[in-house]
Ligand binder design. Structure first.
Ligand SMILES: [Zn+2]
Length: 737
C-alpha cells in the first residue's frame, strides 16, 4: 500500500496553489511578492459605511465557521490593529459600471475589499473566504495565513441562476436558506423559484386561502405530501438572499401547470370541473380559462400580493407546455379570439401573456417566460428562457428580448452525472449532464452580432423535482436527525455542477479552461465537506494507453486534493484496502480495471468506474443494455429476458437492438422481442428470428412513436441457446434516426 509523499502534500497546501483556487475563476489575480496576512483573534473587520454593517457581521460569522476565530466587526475607526477593510467607493456609474465588480488586496498589513456597491463587496468576501486555508486531511489547521494577492474581478454575465422546484417536491424554508448559502459560495446571483405547478402551489396568497389549504397538498394518509411558504417566510428568504447578492425571481405559471390552483378554485378552468391535486407527473390539458374575466381578477389579485414580496425586476410566468384542448371548445376563450382578431389558441396565449405583462409594467416588473411564449407573439420587453431550441434564443436576442440560457444538455441537473451503476434515480429522458457538459458550453449562441449578444443575460441551471413523483419511494424523506434524504439528494445533484454553471456565468469564455477548473475544484470539495454539503465526488478520469508491446498502461489524477485512487484488476469492487494508483500501472492487453476516488478522513467514496477492455469493440452497435450468460440461457427452450433501455430510448425514432456473441460453445437464438414502457407492452414489436454466434450478430429494429418523458423502457426478448446453454454475449442499442 502506497502513501502520497509529504512533498506532494506540501505542494497542495502551499499558498501559491490556494491563491489560485477560487471558483468561479476571477478575471485577474496577481500573486504579490512578500509575506501573507495572518488571521488571528486580534484582527478586526472594519467597514467605512453603515450600509456595510450586515455584510461585516456576515463575514465575521463565515470566518468563525471556517476557522473558529472571532473577528469583531466595527465601524469606521483609526485603530492600529490589523484589519480586513470593507470599503464602499464612489464610482462613475455612467460608463462600464458593474455593481458586482470588486478589488481584493491582501498584504501582510491587512486585507482590503473595495467596490462601488454592496454586491461587489459581497463578491469580494466570497473570494476572500476561498483564500482562507482549508484542511485537506481532516486535521485542524494551526495557522490561518492568507496569501498575498491582488484581485480585480467582475462577472461576464449579470444573470447566473439556479432554478429550484419546490412545487413538485416541497423544500423547507431551512433548506432554501442553506441552498442560498451554497449559491452565494459560488457567486450565483439569481434564484429562479418555481413556486407553482400541477402538483403543488407553494406561495401563500391571503386573498385565496384555498390555494395553500387545498393546492399545497397532494395524496392522502401517509402518502400526503406538501407544504407552502407563508408571506413571512418569503420575506425572510428574500432578505437572506439579498444580503448574499442573490435576487429571487418567482415563477407564477400562466396558463398551464396550474392544476393545483384549479383544484382549489375550479371556476378558473374552462369547464368548472373539480380536480384533485395530482400525485403523478404528466402534462395536463387542464389550464386557466383566459377567456373569463373572473380568471383575470384572480391573476391580478395574485400578482398584487406577489409583486411587493419580490424586489426582482423579473417575474417568471412559465408559459411552457400549454395544451389548448380546453380553449378550443370554450365559448369564453373563443370569444376573445374572435373579438381580438386572433388566429388561433397560440395567439390567445400571446394575448394573455401580453395582458399580464401590461398589468405588471406599471408596477416596475418585466415578464419572463419559457421559450414557448416567443411563438405566441409577445411584447419586446418580455424575457425568454431558452431550454430546448437554441433558435428561440437567437430569434429573441435578434428581436431585442432579454434572454436567459437554460439548455437541457448543459443545465438540466435533474439528470444524473453519468450512467455508472449506483447513480441515484434521476431524469432519463435526456442523456446525463456530466460535469464536463455543465462546463463546456458557450452562453452566447452562434449567429449573434456583438450588439445582439448583449441581450443574453446569462446561464440558468435547473433542478427539477418531478423525479420525486416518479421515484417517490426511493427519494422520500426518512425520519431522523439532520439532513433529510431528499435534501441530501438535491445537494448531490447540485454539487459540483452548479460550480460549473457559476464559472460559465462569471468567467469570460476565453479565460475558461476545464482542466484548470477541475484542479481548483480539488480544493473546493474540502470546503463542501467543511460545510456539510452532500456532493458527488467525481470518479477518476482513467487514462488507458496501449503500449508498443500491446500491453495497457492505466493512469489517472485524483479529482480531489489529498484524495486516494484505489483500484482492482480482479473485477472486485475497490475498497479502502485496495491498491493505490499513484503512478501508471501496466497490465495485459485484455485487462479490465475498477477504480474509485476516496477521501479517507471524510469516509467518502466515489462511484466505481469500470474500464472493460473488450467493451470497446462493440461500441459501433451503440450502448450496452445488458448481457446474456450461460446461466440464463435455458438450453433450447426460449425464455423471456429483460434488458433495461431506459434513458437510451430517449425520443421517438427507430432503434436497432443488436445481440453480439462474445463466447461459449453455442450461439444464441433470438425468437422475437418487444418494447415495454412503464410495464405496458407497446406495439413496437419485432418478431424477427435471429442468430448471434461466431462473428454473426442478430439485429432487430423497433420503432418508437409514443415516447413519454420520464418513462422506463425495457426490451423483453425471447432467447435460447441454439444447441445448448453455454453461450455468452452482450446486448446493445443504437438509435438509427
Ligand atoms: Zn376558456
Amino acid at each position: 500500500m502506497k502513501r502520497i509523499t509529504p512533498i506532494l502534500l506540501l505542494m497542495f497546501c502551499s499558498s501559491f496553489t490556494q491563491a489560485q483556487h477560487i471558483t468561479p475563476k476571477p478575471q485577474k489575480i496577481t500573486l504579490n511578492e512578500g509575506p501573507s496576512f495572518t488571521l488571528n483573534n486580534e484582527v478586526i473587520i472594519e467597514y467605512n459605511q453603515n450600509s456595510l454593517k450586515e455584510l461585516s457581521i456576515l463575514l465575521s460569522g463565515s470566518i468563525k465557521q471556517a476557522t473558529k476565530l472571532s473577528l469583531a466587526p466595527i465601524g469606521p475607526n483609526k485603530s492600529e490593529k490589523k484589519k480586513i477593510s470593507l470599503v464602499l467607493v464612489k464610482q462613475d456609474q455612467t460608463k462600464d459600471f458593474n455593481k458586482e465588480a470588486y478589488t481584493l488586496e491582501v498584504k501582510k498589513t491587512g486585507v482590503v475589499i473595495t467596490s462601488a456597491d454592496q454586491a461587489g463587496i459581497f463578491n469580494g468576501i466570497s473570494s476572500l473566504m476561498q483564500l482562507i486555508p482549508v484542511s485537506t486531511d481532516g486535521k485542524a489547521l494551526e495557522a490561518w495565513d492568507i496569501p498575498a494577492v491582488q484581485i480585480s474581478d467582475k462577472p461576464a454575465f449579470k444573470w447566473r441562476g439556479v432554478m429550484l422546484d419546490p412545487a413538485r417536491y416541497f423544500m423547507t424554508k431551512e433548506y432554501v436558506l442553506r441552498y442560498l448559502d451554497m449559491m452565494a459560495m459560488h457567486k450565483l446571483n439569481v434564484l429562479h423559484w418555481h413556486l407553482i405547478d400541477d402538483c403543488g402551489w407553494r406561495i401563500e396568497i391571503k386573498k385565496y386561502p384555498k390555494l395553500t389549504e387545498v393546492g399545497a397538498w397532494r395524496g392522502t394518509g401517509k402518502n400526503k405530501h406538501g407544504g407552502f411558504y407563508s408571506q413571512e417566510d418569503i420575506k425572510e428568504i428574500v432578505a437572506y438572499a439579498a444580503l448574499r447578492n442573490i435576487e429571487i425571481v418567482p415563477e407564477i405559471e400562466i396558463p398551464a401547470h396550474t392544476l393545483s390552483a384549479l383544484a382549489a378554485y375550479p371556476h378558473l378552468g374552462c369547464n368548472n370541473t373539480k380536480f384533485n391535486v395530482p400525485t403523478k407527473h404528466s402534462i395536463s390539458p387542464e389550464i386557466y380559462c383566459v377567456g373569463k374575466e373572473t380568471t383575470w381578477e384572480f391573476l391580478q389579485n395574485v400578482m398584487d400580493e406577489v409583486v411587493p414580496l419580490f424586489p426582482s425586476k423579473y417575474i417568471h410566468v412559465g408559459g411552457d407546455e400549454a395544451r389548448y384542448n380546453r380553449w378550443k371548445k370554450c365559448e369564453h376563450c373563443q370569444k376573445v379570439i374572435k373579438d381580438n382578431g386572433l388566429k388561433n389558441e397560440r395567439e390567445l396565449q400571446g394575448w394573455a401573456t401580453r395582458r399580464i405583462a401590461k398589468y405588471l409594467e406599471p408596477k416596475g416588473k418585466v415578464v419572463i417566460g419559457w421559450e414557448e411564449i416567443l411563438a405566441c407573439g409577445i411584447e419586446r420587453s418580455t424575457g425568454i428562457m431558452t431550454w430546448h431550441k437554441y433558435s428561440t434564443a437567437i430569434e429573441a436576442a435578434k428581436n431585442g428580448h432579454p434572454v436567459v440560457m437554460s439548455p437541457v444538455k448543459h443545465t438540466y441537473i435533474d439528470t444524473p452525472e453519468s450512467k455508472l451503476p449506483g447513480e441515484p434515480p434521476a431524469a432519463t429522458w435526456t442523456p446525463p449532464v456530466t460535469l464536463s457538459k455543465a462546463y463546456n458550453w458557450d452562453v452566447i449562441p452562434k449567429g449573434l452580432t456583438a450588439e445582439q449578444a448583449k441581450n443574453i443575460l446569462g446561464p440558468n441551471t435547473t433542478l427539477w423535482n418531478d423525479r420525486f413523483l416518479h421515484n417517490a419511494k426511493q427519494l422520500a424523506d426518512k425520519p431522523g436527525e439532520g439532513t433529510t434524504a431528499s435534501e441530501a439528494y438535491m445537494d448531490y445533484l447540485s454539487l459540483p455542477r452548479i460550480a460549473a454553471t457559476a464559472e460559465v456565468g462569471w468567467t469570460p469564455k476565453a479565460n475558461r479552461d476545464y482542466s484548470d477548473f477541475l484542479k481548483r475544484m480539488g480544493t473546493m470539495y474540502h470546503r463542501y465537506i467543511q460545510k456539510g454539503y452532500n456532493f458527488r465526488l467525481p470518479t477518476p478520469e482513467l487514462r488507458v494507453k496501449r503500449l508498443a508491446d500491446g500491453k495497457l498502461s492505466f493512469s489517472a489524477d485524483s479529482p480531489v486534493y489529498n484524495g486516494e485512487l484505489r483500484y482492482t484488476l480482479d473485477g472486485s469492487e475497490p475498497t479502502k484496502e485496495s491498491e493505490i494508483l499513484d503512478k501508471p500501472v501496466t497490465a495485459s492487453s485484455k485487462q479490465s480495471m475498477k477504480i474509485a476516488t476516496l477521501i479517507p478522513y471524510a469516509k467518502m467514496r466515489s462511484l466505481t468506474y469500470t474500464y472493460t477492455a473488450k467493451g470497446n469493440k462493440y461500441a459501433k452497435y451503440g450502448a450496452q443494455i445488458g448481457e446474456w450468460k450461460s446461466a440464463m440461457v435455458a438450453g433450447k427452450t426460449p425464455r423471456e429476458e429483460t434488458f433495461d433501455a431506459t434513458g437510451l430510448i430517449n425520443k421517438n425514432g427507430t432503434y436497432e437492438i443488436t445481440f453480439v456473441y462474445t463466447g461459449g460453445e453455442f450461439g444464441l437464438d433470438v425468437k422475437g422481442l418487444k418494447v415495454v414502457r412503464n410495464d405496458v407492452d407497446l406495439s413496437a414489436e419485432n418478431k424477427k428470428v435471429g442468430f448471434a454466434g461466431g462473428s454473426g450478430v442478430s439485429k432487430h429494429i423497433v420503432k418508437i412513436d409514443n415516447y413519454q418523458t420520464g418513462a422506463s423502457f425495457k426490451i423483453k426478448a425471447n432467447i435460447c441457446g441454439d444447441l445448448g446453454s453455454d453461450s455468452n454475449g452482450v446486448v446493445m442499442i443504437k438509435r438509427l434516426k
